[in-house]
Design a binder for this molecule. Structure first.
Ligand code: NDP
Length: 256
């Protein structure tokens, strides 16, 4: 495939956009909660089944990186092979497995969230695959470098924390139940959103592994998106459950 200068320019613009947009998103989300899940409310337009929504909005993150990986001929490079396996492990889980396992009593999702998330996943999927597999198509680093091992370990720790924490939430509701309970297992003993901490750790690991502007932009955006929501979740738990353990924090045990 022929990649031209126009595509390189688009890449530069998109990556700057992802960094730039993270700042207002971070501030705004402390005041306006993204209206899905426990914060669903009227006035945000039509809503659809959340499982279907997750499936559709995450799909670009599965397809686009695979497209650039294959067309850039990156498969012959063991480093890039490792990157695509890690990326797809996360996104195949999020796109196919997470919605399939999701509690059927989960709130419906506004179409608007599907639209925004779908656009984000398209842009972010392009940045992270074009930037890494095409523009940096030299990847010659040893698979045993400290940076790669550290990044891989952090990614895996985050992936496990994210999966196990989502599972704990999923199992809180008995069949037919739709309300909320206080989670008591795993890292929920210390923070209210360990699934978000796991997600952030995954992309810390990815940023270290790939050592790329694209990885850094994704990490910054993820923190900007999830740190305010974890803060809102903590306030919500404290307001909803008078017996919510006061020592629990939002995202970082003992700190935040
Ligand atoms: P939540 O923790 O808000 O909800 C996850 C699921 O658990 C929902 O089905 C929710 O039901 C249910 N649930 C949550 N709390 C309780 C409770 N106390 N009692 C019973 N059920 C509960 O997570 P999100 O929906 O925000 O995120 C889902 C996944 O997607 C996470 O792994 C997250 O890390 C990831 N994500 C990643 C983002 C990124 O920027 N990379 C952005 C957003 C999410 P209900 O829908 O009814 O509230």
């Amino acid at each position: 495939m022929y990649y031209n200068r126009t595509m390189d320019n688009i890449y530069q613009i998109l990556i700057l956009l992802e960094f730039a947009i993270a700042v207002p998103i971070f501030i705004i989300l402390f005041f306006i909660k993204a209206p899905y899940g426990r914060y669903t409310k009227r006035g945000w337009g039509p809503v659809i089944n959340a499982r279907f929504s997750w499936f559709i909005m995450e799909m670009p993150s599965v397809i686009l990186p695979l497209y650039f990986f294959i067309t850039a001929g990156a498969a012959s490079n063991p480093l890039f092979l490792l990157f695509i396996i890690i990326w797809e492990a996360h996104y195949i889980q999020r796109t196919f497995v997470y919605p399939a396992l999701m509690n059927r009593a989960s709130h419906k999702m506004p179409l608007l969230i599907l639209l925004f998330s779908g656009i984000f996943n398209t842009v972010n999927g392009i940045i992270n695959s074009y930037g890494i597999f095409v523009l940096e198509n030299s990847g010659t680093e040893s698979l045993l470098s400290i940076k790669l091992i550290a990044g891989l370990l952090i990614f895996c720790a985050g992936f496990i924390l994210n999966l196990t924490s989502d599972k704990i939430l999923r199992n809180l509701r008995a069949p037919g139940e739709s309300g909320y309970k206080i989670p008591e297992k795993g890292m929920y003993k210390y923070i209210c959103s360990p699934n978000y901490l796991g997600e952030i750790l995954e992309w810390v690991g990815w940023a270290i592994l790939t050592w790329s502007p694209a990885g850094a932009a994704f990490l910054v955006f993820t923190i900007a998106n999830l740190a305010p929501r974890a803060w809102s979740n903590l306030k919500w738990y404290r307001a909803t459950f008078p017996d919510y353990p006061p020592e629990r924090k939002a995202l970082i045990p003992g700190i935040y």
